[in-house]
Design a protein around this ligand. Sequence first.
Ligand code: FES
Ligand SMILES: [Fe+2]
Length: 378
Amino acid sequence: MPSKNIEEALLAGQASVLKPLAEASTLPPEFYTSSGIFEAEMERVMRRNWYSVGHVAEIPNPGDYFRFDLAGEPLVIVRGRDGAVRALSAVCRHRWMMVAEGAGNAGTFSCPYHKWTYALDGSLMAAPLMDKAADFDRKNCSLPNFGCEVWQGIIFVNLDGKAAPLAPQLQPLAEELAPWKMDEMEIVGRVEFDQAFNWKTLVDNFMEAYHHFAIHPETFERDYPGADTSVDTAAGAYAVLRIPHRGDELSATLFPPLDGIPDKARRGFSVFNVFPAHIFAVLADSLIYYRMELKSVEEFKLTAYLLVHPKSLDVPDAEVLKDIFRQATFAIHMEDIAACEGTQKGLRSRTAGPARLSHLEAAIHQHQIWLLDQLARG
Ligand code: FES
Ligand SMILES: [Fe+2]
């Protein structure tokens, strides 16, 4: 989509979204279906902001790494010998091969094509048979090192290197979440889905509970009625959906509730979206972190990380509980997938237009206001 059309789409988006919630609609459908707008999002939003790519528990030891594509940029996220977490380019400085794939532990990254070999900090250690290349200097051939910040155990990457530090923007969240000690949590399951809809279709779905009575009548609505939910006042960098337990009762938990969390957090749960797309659900005994690896306008890989404290696992039936946790996460998400897939099909219809929002969908409104502001920065 040429930039003139992007600017026109932005004007249409602003006309729908930038009103008080009671009068507002969503972004127009093309924001969910246009490759041009997706490219603009990658360029203006995903590359410029902090984007969450994983949890530190995936790479506990020096040399542990995993690959992640962020806005089309192949990254290798690695823990160095010095213990620091880095986001390196995975693109070999010779002829662009991936220096690593998948996940694992490595002493060095040795490119499979011609065996240029990089240290864990990205510096080029060896380049076989390059001695006749005039003025070839290994020092100029390090793997680029992108901005990387670990917040509450979550690894965030900023590709353009210009984003303001993340932690100060999330200070109120950090205070609220401190009792969960997210950085000490252990991954007890990873549930993966290849999704065939726009990433915002999922964000919209996760950030409202209006649909509980219709989509999750057995799994959620009984204990967590959508009508009782609320959204915190807009906070700029993130949105928060509060989901209280029916009748203010204590939530049933798989693992023992965590020590030191406020009473309110035992009577329901909260879902957070650190914009643009870092979603996590905070429960009384655990946490679910959703990572999105965006591939195209209607395609991404979703990984749900199930996080629990090591001491919560010190129970005889821990393996059974982990299994139930995985199965329940999978089952609930399958209910949501049906809604998201149907939505995406509807978004492609010529009858579809900006949608009016209920008072329960304030987090969608907050997200889209933020997104439009980012996109308008050109
Ligand atoms: S492309 Fe990596 S060594 Fe040639
Ligand atoms: Fe849902």
